[in-house]
Design a protein around this ligand. Structure first.
Ligand code: ADP
Ligand code: MG
Length: 356
């Protein structure tokens, strides 16, 4: 029997998301800083999460409205749920004809397709039928029966998906197939938001899209932003360590972000298309640090599905990309380039050298 905590899924999800901002921005002010700073604006329920924009300079309010309008626009275009999004029109025409897209939707789908191919389907842009079958993004998530899982797995084969740069069209070869950009759209939104903020000449800001962080510049005194990485264990809170960065995106994929409980088992929202079940690679979370937020978002999902060894291996192909893997055993693995910039602050977790 399925057990849900009190409050039902929607309320609970909201609370969860609110407390699960996986990366906490620590005090960003220097002693000389104007005490009115940062100027912060928060919006709830955009991209299904909480979005906090903090700018450490005196800026016009227009910057904030432009950023939130842009994020709302991305949500509308890329939502797998809304029936009038570009994404849902591709699903409606699956097995029938290609669908021409806006430049922005095409760009994100192409990024999703390329990482799907590169990761051999660990990231799968057509995972949507499986995500929908489990209902993890709905008020009634549940463990499906095996026959349904196998039927839906037949719709996850991305090899027949056709992208055409010439007319920016996308074609899904079989009826029932559909695209899910949940593991990449927020990353793109982070880049788009940062572009707007930078376009106004802002040199010091932190954009937090539900734990997808984009740090612009460094702190006002030139030192690094200090970003906390959240404890990924369900039921625990706080952060397990601190990352020092400037001008970087920091994105975490974690099983604790969205999950439900059934017969005493936890089921989260990141799936392994090969098993039809939530990815079970021994990880609680993966945080990726990269210059681009879309890259960090897609790669954190890939690494989470692949696990420490294969995930580390996969990331080697990406320059200037670092990662923090946290296993179910409370062991932290770091990519070599980040050993000096990440410091563990919770002694229940320990860093180990890379697995051989
Ligand atoms: P978060 O939601 O914490 O940002 P991710 O970036 O990993 O985490 O995105 C998870 C979302 O991506 C899921 O809610 C689902 O919509 C979709 N998804 C789940 N599994 C996969 C997968 N293997 N490949 C691509 N997208 C996925
Ligand atoms: Mg992702």
């Amino acid at each position: 029997m399925r057990t849900m905590k009190k409050g039902g899924w929607p309320t609970r999800k909201k609370i969860l998301l609110t407390v699960s901002i996986l990366v906490i921005v620590m005090c960003a002010c220097s002693s000389k800083t104007d005490t009115k700073l940062p100027i912060t604006e928060v919006r709830y329920d955009l991209l299904n999460t909480v979005i906090t924009i903090s700018i450490y300079e005196d800026v016009s309010d227009i910057v904030f409205s432009k950023v939130f309008d842009k994020i709302a626009d991305i949500e509308k275009t890329m939502s797998a749920v809304s029936t009038d999004s570009e994404i849902s029109s591709i699903a409606a025409m699956a097995g029938k004809s290609p669908v021409k897209l806006s430049a922005e939707a095409y760009y994100v789908i192409k990024e999703a397709y390329d990482i799907t191919v590169a990761s051999n389907g660990a990231f799968n842009l057509v995972i949507s039928p499986l995500v929908k079958l489990w209902g993890v993004n709905t008020p009634s998530p549940h463990v499906p029966n095996q026959a349904d899982i196998e039927r839906v797995q037949g719709l996850l084969d991305y090899s027949g998906v056709v992208l055409s740069d010439a007319d920016r069209s996308v074609y899904l070869p079989n009826e029932g197939m559909s695209i899910d950009l949940g593991a990449i759209a927020k990353g793109h939104a982070g880049d788009a938001a940062a572009e707007i903020v930078r376009g106004y000449g802002v040199k010091h800001a932190v954009l937090d899209l539900g734990g997808n962080i984009v740090a612009i510049g460094g702190r006002l005194d030139g030192t690094d932003w200090r970003i906390g990485v959240r404890n990924p264990i369900v039921g625990e809170s706080g952060y397990i360590g601190v990352l020092s960065i400037q001008d970087k995106a920091v994105v975490t994929s974690g099983g604790y972000e969205r999950y439900f409980e059934s017969d005493g088992q936890f089921y989260h929202h990141i799936f392994d298309g090969r098993t039809g079940y939530p990815a079970d690679s021994g990880l609680l979370s993966v945080t990726v640090i990269s210059a681009s937020s879309i890259d960090a978002d897609k790669l954190s999902t890939v690494a989470f599905v692949l696990g420490v060894r294969d995930g580390m291996d996969f990331l080697k192909a990406y320059d200037d990309t670092e990662a923090i893997f946290i296993t179910t055993e409370r062991v932290i693995y770091l990519t070599p380039g980040i050993t000096n910039t990440f410091v563990v602050s919770d002694d229940r977790f320990r860093i180990e050298a890379e697995q051989k």
